[in-house]
Design a protein around this ligand. Sequence first.
Ligand SMILES: [Fe+2]
Ligand SMILES: [Fe+2]
Length: 339
Amino acid sequence: MPDRRDMSLDLFAHRLLARGLICTTQSARNANEAPVVFTLAHLSDIHLSPLPKVKSHQLLSKRFLGYVNWHHGRKFVHRRDVLDLLSRDVKERKPDHIAVTGDLTNLGLPQEFPPTAAWLRGLGKPDTVTVIPGNHDAYVRLHPDKTTAHWRPFMEENAAGQALHPQSAGGFPFVRRFGDIALVALSSAVPTAPFVAAGWLGSEQRQALAQCLDKLGQEGLFRIVLIHHPPLPGQASWRRALRDATDVRDVLREHGAELVLHGHNHEQSVHELETVSGPAIVVGVPSASEAVDGRIPAARYNEYAIERAGNGWHVEMTGRAATAGGQVRDCEKRQLRRR
Ligand SMILES: [Fe+2]
Ligand SMILES: [Fe+2]
């Protein structure tokens, strides 16, 4: 029978877990078991299907082109059964946290947001899932109450993150801290003209990002930046690019980050950016719903195992991809950092 001291220690640990002050890995539960490995799954661009019924007046905008595009091609590419396969796999692997980097919807219709919120809830509780918007989620200008407000519990700082960098008035960046790991969530989603899928962080978010990275760096944390658009110049055509990518790259360079995760290009990519605190690894992930017989690559998500190693970090990435046989298999294993 446990004594009172054991019980109060358990209660104390439970409270720390609930507040995000320590991480939830198996090894973290036993202080004698080092090192602690934090696992993070990264999904993006689910472009949830099926598309809900669209009212004709909702197509009197850029959405008309998106609607035609969806029915003439995209609905055959982004499949719900493929997404469900990957979602099940993520949940079965029980990562410590899941990050979803935007483009959950297709036309940014108000009626697309409740189903995407339900899909997020199906992935896990809001304190274990973080989401940011993509350009499809800001297709046309709408009041947030009709759109991303449905995702709010998944887009809020936790207590440990707030203590380091309170959430900006505009909502981004916000910080979620789990022990030695800090997620810094950004929004590059802005409405744009027809045929344009560009993004923009803007000076306020860039300034807040710089301060935030400094603070988290001083604490010695492993900083993971989440952004929908690829953050480096040249990673996307002008029509699809982050317009202030040069400035964003400079902020990362001058203030440091360990890992930057993005979507938008629907393809796997790995870049290294030299920063004031060492290399930042910038990784793009394919769509999590892309049909196996569609364009290459098939649906995939990445899982990161992150652990402190001496004065640095050890990070291993495992790609999990859908196969033609309806399975999910390891498709890549790669050491991203060894120091
Ligand atoms: Fe996308
Ligand atoms: Fe996108």
